[in-house]
Design a binder for this molecule. Structure first.
Ligand SMILES: C[S@@+](CC[C@H](N)C(=O)[O-])C[C@H]1O[C@@H](n2cnc3c(N)ncnc32)[C@H](O)[C@@H]1O
Length: 494
């Protein structure tokens, strides 16, 4: 049952309501520039004091605590969530404007009211708000009842040694199929004689399970396992039991299309470090976005909300390569689009009919193989994908491109760590790039450093000698309802 129904606002205790109102005010205050700083500080102080006195954990159910960790906006209506995110994005972008205005010594009148100096369009909502995730990773740890073979999500932290694993059946962003596979995996590991791996140095084997689904209803499960000192023969027995459970036993109800297995003695291993072993079914899952087909490998990134990914990629495509020319006539395909951190090629491939050439660069080998496969799956002859670190590939590529003649646009969509400074330098110092689209799920993190590097005055010490870019348009796209996150699409021009 959805949590909103299970714990309706009317039955929430007064104390909890008070706590939540304080929290909400604090969040709103911290994203609303019209409220004076003193009030913001006072509200934060009240909230912290109140939290200390009555920790949230005192009076909330485990389900509510988990929902507060994974989907902290679950108590708000979707409209309220969008409003909050819009304000948060505007605040981040205002900070960028403030920084740049200091750098360039040009205070625009719009700064006075705390608005960014360029348009920020209203946030584009997710077409699907509940059960939208196509990928979830469930952990294994001690449950509320102390059972160490519990599959769910963590409440608490390792540092405070108070981790409890809570089943995620009530989470609003979780599809039914993911819940079903997680329940079955829990049943399977409880039947298994092997122990779970709770802490790497204390032994145990069964680790988390990742579930991927697609719009067509196909399901892939990836089980992570610590081999410890098991021989391959011993391991084979447990793999056979796993396959049997999910194909002929009670787990057959999940109708898995793929079952993969990774032996890993590290928190996260790539396919090259420890190959994903196909135990049953298909090695890949497929997804369709904006009429293009995508093959996705176990190791490859793909946006977790497929209907919202259509909104995101449609927006990115229009900003990279406008559909019409300056006279409003349909534009002819032209130029080259560099897709930096391209994953399975989603951005480049969806934009490919509008350009002469796509060049994608991606670190993860399985993802590059997917991108190359996806170009041929969609009968595209104008896409090239290069494996490697962008900071290694791009500088050399720039000198090879006869860019002045062909028109060069760049789209970058890095992970949270942002772009390496060599990538920023290569793009900024390439004069043919007049338009650059930055897609970020955390614009107030490392991406902000990149924004500043793209826009600062020329700095020979940092080898940022090219003409600076300016942000000219921002479009927030909500990919993650019930969470505070969203994607920001930011257009830079020069
Ligand atoms: C947020 S994902 C975006 C993927 C793709 N643009 C999409 O929309 O599906 C970031 C991608 O950057 C890749 N990546 C991370 N560091 C990289 C690097 N140094 N060079 C190239 N790609 C990198 C990751 O493997 C991941 O596929």
């Amino acid at each position: 049952m959805a949590l909103k129904t299970a714990c309706s606002r009317s039955v929430m205790s007064t104390k909890r309501n008070h706590m939540f109102t304080l929290w909400k005010t604090w969040r709103l205050c911290s994203t609303n520039d019209t409220i004076p700083t003193s009030q913001v500080k006072a509200s934060r102080k009240r909230w912290r004091k109140s939290k200390k006195k009555h920790p949230f954990t005192d009076h909330l159910s485990w389900e509510e605590r988990l929902a507060d960790v994974v989907t902290p906006l679950w108590r708000l209506s979707y409209e309220e969530q969008l409003e909050l995110k819009q304000k948060h994005q505007e605040r981040i972008l205002f900070q960028l404007t403030e920084h740049l205005s200091g750098d360039l010594q040009s205070h625009s009148s719009s700064l006075a009211v705390g608005k960014p100096s360029f348009p920020v369009l209203p946030i584009l909502p997710s077409p699907k708000t509940d059960g939208y995730r196509n990928k979830s990773t469930f952990s294994v740890n001690r449950g509320v009842d102390g059972n160490p073979k519990t599959v769910g999500f963590y409440v608490g932290t390792g540092r405070e040694r108070n981790i409890v694993c809570v089943n995620g059946d009530h989470l609003l962003n979780m599809p039914e199929k993911h819940k079903l596979v997680a329940r079955c995996y829990q049943e399977f590991i409880r039947l298994s004689p092997l122990e779970p791996c709770l802490l790497f140095h204390t032994g145990g084997h069964w680790r988390e399970v990742t579930i991927r689904t697609n719009a067509a209803g196909h399901t892939m499960a990836i089980v992570y396992f610590h081999p410890q000192a098991l021989t391959q023969e011993e391991l084979a027995v447990h793999k056979t039991e796993l396959v049997h459970y999910f194909t002929q036993g009670p787990g057959a109800v999940c109708e898995l299309d793929s079952l993969l297995f990774q032996e890993s003695s590290m928190t996260r291993c790539t396919h090259e470090e420890s190959p994903y072993q196909l135990l049953h079914g298909q090695p890949h899952i497929h997804e369709e976005v904006l009429g293009f087909k995508f093959r996705i490998s176990a190791d490859a990134f793909f946006q977790v909300n497929q209907p919202a990914a259509e909104v995101l990629y449609g927006t990115v495509r229009d900003l990279c390569v406008p559909k019409t020319d300056e006279e409003g006539k349909p534009a002819k395909p032209s130029g080259t689009l560099l897709d930096v951190c391209c994953g399975t090629g989603a951005i480049g491939i969806t934009a490919s009919p509008r350009v002469d050439r796509i060049i994608g660069i991606e670190l993860i080998e399985q993802a590059v193989e997917d991108a190359i496969h996806n170009a041929s799956l969609n009968n595209l002859l104008n896409c090239q994908f290069i494996p490697g670190k962008a900071e290694v590939v791009l500088p050399g590529l720039m000198s090879q491109l006869n860019s002045a003649a062909e028109g060069l646009t760049a789209v970058v969509n890095p992970a949270r760590a942002g772009l390496h400074h060599k990538v920023v330098r290569a793009l900024r110092n390439q004069p043919a790039i007049r338009r650059l689209v930055f897609v970020s799920c955390k614009p107030d993190g490392e991406a902000m450093r990149n924004f500043k590097e793209f826009c600062c005055a020329p700095d020979p010490q940092k080898k940022l000698t090219g003409e600076p870019f300016s942000p000219t348009l921002a479009v927030p796209v909500d990919m993650f309802p019930h969470t505070p996150h969203c994607e920001l699409v930011l257009l830079f021009e020069r």
